[in-house]
Design a protein around this ligand. Sequence first.
Ligand code: LLP
Length: 434
Amino acid sequence: PITAALDSQERLSIGGCLLSSLAEKYGTPLYILDELTLRTSCREYKDALSKYYPGDSIPLYASKANSSLIISNIVASEGMGVDVVSEGELITALKGGVESSNIVFHGNNKSKSELIMAYKNDVIIVLDNQYDIDQLREIVPFGKRKAKLMLRFTPGIECHTHEYIKTGHIDSKFGFDPDELESIFLQFKDIEWGELIGLHAHIGSQIFEVQPHKDLADVMASALQTGRKLGHSLNALNLGGGLGIRYIASDDPPSISDWVEVIAAAVVKACRERSLDLPLLMCEPGRSIVGSAGLTLYKIGSRKEIPGIKTYLSVDGGMSDNPRPITYQSEYSACLVDKPLIRADEVVTIAGKHCESGDVLLKDFRLPRSNSGDVLGVFSTGAYNFSMSSNYNRIPKPAAIIVGNGESELIQKRELPEDLLRNDILPDRFIAKG
Ligand code: LLP
């Protein structure tokens, strides 16, 4: 986070709050959100789009990265829209104060009730497949307000990222095949129930190169041209998200501003070459909005030394609050929050507390010698941690707080064991009588 600072005893603080005191006050594991870092990345997207794109533009926060009332509220107050993929994300965005006209609803298998809710709230619905079209046609009452629609297609662009988070390649489960576009444009020619306002594509996540998005701009402008020739006004292009962030020192992503400059220029060039009026430019950053604004605090507990092989330090959370290392072999950086500058003289493996050998948060990581009770801060956990968290081993989810200007406030209560039992049912006949 950009507010990281050291006090006179060289202990780490974020947002003006000493991290070890936060661990003491709220307990661990603890998710921390730094308000200024979050607002700064929102502003960077907004400012860069206005600076580098001559047409209208709006960045949409991809709320799958971390969906909560507070984040919806902050991104809305910064003038961003939101991308949602479920009723849960939609209701969180609406209740958090995002205007429905700035919400885009995605998904490759939307349920009928999701589509009804999206239509009723007049959000933009991204058609992903024929099933979406067939369901929506029945949902929108005849003669009533038309649904606002975008069309998602698979652009056939490869990028270098983890296999599980690539989405732009031709055999992806998302979106229409580019060869189908023309027939869909024809199918939508004079429909009563919807208006096709634009096109969408997303090529993947945690991407450091800019070339794939440049290529995407060209492919999308060409599809825009086809659609406009076939009579659709198609006023918007949504290039998805994907800009990566730095998790470890060797990660070297472009800055938000540089990334926006490149994609804005690519869209302008691709449209000018085809004499197309500039569309409303949308993008959907998730990780690069919220990833670096978050960190997680844990307490170190047990130590196991296997002489000559490795030393395990176990913390009080793990794969249930951060499933990314076990899912994608993702790497993180960390430090002992009260000793960030002390020489790291040990190589340790930071393990979680779950009953699974692969529950490791950091492998072969250098730390100064630590004791049980020391607080470990793992950085850049703002994206795809809380939103992908689980209750594996019936472990309650951590609390979350927001920090800024020396103040901290709770934004998510810590789950209690009772919360985990709330939906369990023991039918009467299993309850001992007498
Ligand atoms: N738009 C669409 C349609 C998406 O599918 C995604 C991410 C985004 C935008 C935002 O992408 P971002 O800017 O965050 O890269 N769980 C994985 C990441 C999955 C991303 C899924 N889609 C992880 O933890 O790395």
